[in-house]
Design a protein around this ligand. Sequence first.
Ligand code: NAP
Length: 266
Amino acid sequence: MKDTIAIIGAGVIGGSVVKSLLKSGYEGKIIVAEIMPEKTKELEQLGVSVTTNNRDAAREADIVFLSVKPNVLKTVLKEVSREVEGKLVVSTAAAVNVKFCKRVVPKARCVRIMPNVAIMVQESFTAYCCDDDVTKEDKKKIEHILVAMGRSMEIDECYMDAVTAVSGSGPGYLSIIIEALAYGGLKVGLPRDLALTCAAQAVLGTAKLVLETEQSPAQIRDSVTTPGGTTIEAIYEVEGSEVRQALMRAVEAATKKSEKIRKQWE
Ligand SMILES: NC(=O)c1ccc[n+]([C@@H]2O[C@H](COP(=O)([O-])OP(=O)(O)OC[C@H]3O[C@@H](n4cnc5c(N)ncnc54)[C@H](OP(=O)(O)O)[C@@H]3O)[C@@H](O)[C@H]2O)c1
């Protein structure tokens, strides 16, 4: 695939999208448009074309990514509306639905994606949904791009608020869990680096077991729980806490917040 991709907004997500495309050896041209030129220096050094002019970037591109904050999205869409006619527009904005984008740029084919910050290490889960004009060929292109960022799946837009809560915000909650495990390591005398590596790798390895061996979390838990062993002592403590409920409530609260913000946009 050799389409020219423009990425408007080179912050956390936009910058990571660019880096993941470069890491995957993307063969087409990549252009980054960003109002703050300082932010694009690193990307420029990596060989990406940069500009401060969103319209120039969109004009030259076949596919236009918009990775600006939701409150700036409408302004940027309006700005590039002529340039994106007949093109694929991919918005990363949380809580802004496809219909909203389509209303502002009716002649573009609009895709909404919800990645997470693990794009940086090509381990995002990215859900996407499309307007009715997006073709099968477009979807193949989108999947080709999203594979560079990790796993992806087309979903019904009605699930986007919940996916935002579980996956988009997920690195926030999981960082707390990794930190808590590492602190547990510190409490029993592990050196700091060792504690953090043990904790982070345990989370990474468990996630891979779920995804790659298709074992359920319950099967993995049982497989490490020897009768009368060390793990059951720890599980007894965990089950006595409210950690499950806390995480479930966290997802529910984030979903509700996403719904509330979405309704403001609608
Ligand atoms: N961060 C996450 O974990 C995450 C996860 C999923 C989805 N998202 C969504 O992805 C989008 C980007 O999030 P982010 O965290 O990457 O935000 P961010 O770091 O603030 O990046 C947005 C970038 O766009 C730039 N920008 C602002 N106005 C612009 C304009 N008119 N033209 C071109 N560039 C402009 C900003 O520059 P200034 O800073 O100078 O304004 C900033 O560099 C958001 O809509 C968010 O909802 C984020």
